[in-house]
Design a protein around this ligand. Sequence first.
Ligand code: CP
Length: 317
Amino acid sequence: MKHFTSIKQLGDLKEALAEAAYVKANPFADQALGRNKTVLLVFFNNSLRTRLSTQKAALNLGMNPIVLDINQGAWKLETGRGVVMDGDKSEHILEAIPVMGSMCDMIGVRSFARFESRDDDYNEVILNQFIQYAGKPVFSMEAATRHPLQTFADIITIEEHKTKARPKVVMTWAPHPKALPQAVPNSFIEGMSMTDYDFVIANPEGYDLAPEFVGNAKVTHNQDEALAGADFVYAKNWAPYREDIYGKVVNYDMGWTVTAQKMALTNDAFFLHCLPVRRNMIVSDEVIEGPRSLVIPEAANRVVSAQTVLKRLLQAL
Ligand code: CP
């Protein structure tokens, strides 16, 4: 694996899950693999879980992690070519990226959708510049359209808790005061397409995700219908993909909040969310604190997910 930007690059999911289970049971078994190797973690956006879990994964593998917060202490970066740099941006990303690449063995990048241009977001302009100019393996720590390390942790968590071979998994939109990217739901759909779970997406009208990600997945605009008999409920907000309302908040319907009443429609489902989550917008206190909430083990599995991927990248160096 040269770069890691989509969960599909894991290849055979069963093999990846077996590898993840091994990593979880033997977190320090591959310390020699990362000795004298440096991983640079570049954040254009905030993070708690990704920042901690990727560093922890690197340390478990014997690597040296360096964290660079672009917006705190680094020069402000220009990303457009041909721009006359007479404003507040002191450095161009096309110099910054190869410099970063010269100081590490691999680079993780977090760069969210900006919602300025759907084409720019869906062309992954920032992530692809790293792949083109870093000269080192690049892995996504959440880009504009995908969050594969999150999805891998989600699937590991579902596998650890499922009680039937083919659970019903519902990914439901839920309300949020700000426009959020589509990376997590897009990636989750990609991940579900690698399983044989009974997978359903529920979202309001106007919130259908990009057809290239939705593919043949079942989509309904009726949340209650989707939740009936669900074994896992994955809640997430996302802003619309539709061109005329791309990245805008057009629906604030609190009837989509995942409450105990909603969970009562399910087959005593487990509750999942990638975090951070806004309580009593996305999910009620009662549900997230309840016995079927998996949000903490799900977050903890981010270490396992990152370590499995970093291990593969190290093996390919
Ligand atoms: N789920 C997730 O990626 O969390 P952070 O944004 O805190 O890294």
